[in-house]
Design a protein around this ligand. Structure first.
Ligand code: DGY
Length: 317
């Protein structure tokens, strides 16, 4: 039986399966293992099932035991793993696409709505039980019939577009390449950020975190957006330059921001927390029971396929 280090608790349905198929080394403390712990605890393992919060940079990968042949990441994003270093060491890396598309697209819409309709301030007022309704009380920005820019028109971006069409929004997008008409479904392609941002009353970030997308929203590019734009990020924190965004939120250039992901999470730039025009969630993108079970199954499927001698469906390197 192959031995697998499982770095965090899985839901019981997944844990039962992983224990049936493998000699599973569980981390019942359910803490984030340090680099040293990842290396030591996987010493006698054939594979690792990890989460996005486990960092596998080149230094760690180089120190992994040669017995480790696969890192099955329990997330669609795999920026936590240096896939090139893994490849060099002969380690296959897999992710869990598709199964979290709907849950994450829902959260993108929640962020857009929560930010634009001032849900955070609203909750604070409601808690006082003494707010004074007036015709100009906490007026938000309405999404209906506005332009939505989608940065990254992969599965999740397209699922956001599908939902936004229900609000009568006009969809614009930027992607590495233009989509075919059956995937575009009438959305307008922009081959550069400036062109997309200039049309985006609302902007939803749904692209992967890569060297090219790091700080893609920065002092220069935020200024391409129309004044009082609303931005939502359900992808990865590093896509936004926080200092530039905070400045734009303070000046009113950005009407409101919705965040589910953060640079260095769970830490959040303290300055964000002083701002009322921020609607924030603690990385809940994929957090529904069905989705989390499906993510676990997908990661376990990838391990099973790999150890049966075949190429896992979700190999990324
Ligand atoms: C992912 O799958 O990349 C999500 O961010 C995890 O919740």
């Amino acid at each position: 039986m192959k031995k697998i280090l499982v770095t965090r608790n899985l839901l019981p349905e997944n844990e039962e399966r992983v224990k049936k198929l493998f000699d599973a080394k569980l981390n019942k403390a359910d803490n984030i293992l340090s680099a040293e712990e990842l290396i030591n605890q996987s010493k006698d393992c054939d594979g690792i099932l990890c989460i996005g919060g486990n960092k596998f940079d080149k230094a760690i990968i180089d120190q992994l035991s040669s017995s480790v042949k696969i890192i099955a990441n329990y997330a669609v994003g795999y920026n936590n793993v240096d896939v090139d270093a893994a490849k060099q060491k002969g380690i296959v890396v897999t992710n869990t696409p598709e199964v979290l598309t709907d849950a994450t697209a829902d959260i993108s819409i929640l962020l857009l709505l929560g930010a634009s309709r001032r849900a955070y301030e609203g909750r604070k007022h409601a808690e006082t039980q003494s707010w004074n309704w007036s015709t100009n009380f906490l007026m938000g920005k309405q999404m209906s019939n506005k332009k939505l820019g989608i940065l990254g028109m992969g599965r999740i971006g397209r699922a956001v577009a599908q939902r936004a069409r229900g609000f009568g929004m006009e969809i614009h997008y930027h992607n590495r390449s233009k989509l075919s008409p059956d995937l575009e479904l009438g959305a307008t392609y922009h081959d550069n950020i400036k062109s997309l941002f200039s049309q985006s009353d609302f902007l939803s970030i749904n692209c992967p975190a890569t060297a090219e997308t790091t700080n893609l929203l920065n002092e220069e590019t935020i200024n391409f957006l129309p004044d009082k734009a609303v931005v939502a990020n359900a992808a990865r924190g590093d896509i936004i330059d926080d200092a530039a965004m905070i400045k734009a939120m303070k000046s009113g250039k950005i009407f409101a921001l919705g965040l589910d992901v953060y640079n260095g999470e769970p830490k959040i730039n303290e300055e964000y927390l002083q701002l009322d025009n921020l609607f924030l969630l603690p990385h809940l993108g994929s957090s529904t029971k069905r989705t989390r079970i499906d993510m676990g199954d997908r990661a376990i499927d990838n391990l099973e396929t790999f150890f049966s001698g075949k190429t896992p469906l979700d190999k990324v390197n």
